[in-house]
Design a protein around this ligand. Structure first.
Ligand SMILES: [Fe+2]
Length: 389
């Protein structure tokens, strides 16, 4: 969780009357909403609304979020090229699921049109990695600008609208996380602050910049997703009617170019790239960095067999030193149980190289990932043989 943040006006103590004149129905107060995580056991925020946030006019079934799983009869490596996927839908409806298990789902989204209605993921934290595009995320916590290579972390149950500048095609990698997205506990000191020596600090995390008080008594629809079930709620007012809030739960951004890489004289293992963690997976950022400085260093990774982990890399920018044939927006999936490693020629080719400009996002999962049919449509069947000379 990022640091404590406070915005707008809030009362001196929790759960005492915050006076508003005349207030909704002349009741003379703002209406508190506490947003908690893990029941009441972990981080929370408290927001103050113009009207009670519970005023629902209509609840309707809105269909199912379709996931067509593929039959994958053989255990093998995969290379999916997602760079040419056609734009479709909006920032919510245009999402294409590619890989998933019970803890995490990876989707791609290249929307063709603006977001049609407000959206709320009731069953997952979302990490939206902005490959291309810029804009703002509006929530009851305020307005949060985003730009290329930002991770936008959106906690469970945050109703939002994603607006993007039309000049650039918005291009997102969406990570749906059934469990809470946190910073790795080893990066925190016993006082809860990010340690000196961690690959980022509190200054690299950005919450909403300005409050957003939409005072509108009118019907507003919100599309709610919990798992694959979609429900449309019609609220009797706009939900972004918050005059102030404080706490540890809010959407925030962290830019991959602010990741401070840790390097050594010889190859450092993947955990030094770790950026986020949640039960069931870790997310790492392979950021531009100096390569290993030992005169005899092998500057690409070991060949390795993933034991008890499926490893996904999403290639964002630059040339990836240990891989041949991958391109921008490629995914590789190296599942558990079979070895993979640097491609032929890359060890020798890296000898004289002193730094890498690669940027990639890695997701390592505890449970095996299933592929969807949309994913296998993008797959290169010859990738398992790409280590032959
Ligand atoms: Fe690997």
């Amino acid at each position: 969780m990022p640091a404590y943040l406070k915005m707008g006006s809030i009362p001196r103590k929790r759960h005492i009357a915050m006076r508003a004149e005349p207030g909704y129905r002349n009741e003379g107060i703002y209406y508190e909403e506490v947003v908690t995580t893990a029941g009441f056991g972990r981080a929370y925020s408290i927001a103050y609304h113009l009207r009670p946030p519970t005023r629902v006019r209509k609840v309707e079934a809105a269909g199912t979020f379709r996931i067509d799983l593929a039959e994958v009869p053989a255990l093998r490596h995969h290379h999916l090229k997602s760079g040419a996927m056609k734009p479709q839908g909006d920032p919510i409806t245009g999402r294409v699921p590619l890989m998933l298990n019970a803890d995490v789902a990876l989707l791609r989204c290249r929307p063709a049109q603006p977001q049609a209605e407000l959206y709320r993921n009731a069953a997952a934290d979302e990490i939206l990695f902005v490959h291309k595009g810029q804009g703002t995320l509006s929530t009851m916590f305020g307005v949060l600008p985003f730009k290329p290579f930002d991770y936008i972390v959106i906690p469970h149950c945050t109703t939002y609208r994603l607006d993007y500048d039309g000049a650039t095609q918005l291009d997102l990698l969406v990570v749906e996380s059934s469990n809470n997205v946190t910073l790795p506990p080893r990066y925190l000191n016993p006082d809860g602050q990010i340690r000196l020596g961690a690959p980022y600090s509190e200054r690299d995390f950005h919450g909403p910049r300005e409050p957003l008080v939409v005072d509108r008594e009118q019907d507003v629809t919100v599309l709610i997703k919990d798992g694959t079930r979609l429900t449309r709620y019609t609220l009797a007012q706009h939900p972004f009617d918050v005059v102030g809030w404080d706490g540890f739960v809010y959407p925030y951004t962290f830019n991959a170019d602010d990741f401070e890489p840790i390097t050594g004289t010889i190859h450092q293992p993947p955990p030094i790239h770790q950026t986020f963690e949640a039960t069931g997976y870790v997310l790492c950022t392979f950021a531009p960095r100096m390569l290993d400085t030992h005169p005899e260093a092998i500057k690409v990774p070991y060949a390795h067999s993933n034991v008890q982990a499926d490893e996904v890399l999403y290639y964002v920018r630059g040339k990836f030193g240990s891989r041949r044939g991958v391109e921008e927006a490629s995914f590789t999936l190296h599942p558990r149980g079979i070895p993979h490693g640097p491609h032929p020629g890359t060890i020798v080719a890296s000898r004289q190289v002193t730094r890498t400009d690669e940027l990639a996002v890695m997701v390592d999962t505890v449970r095996p990932l299933a592929l969807t049919r949309r994913a296998t449509d993008l797959d290169d069947p010859n990738y398992p043989y790409s280590w032959l000379e």
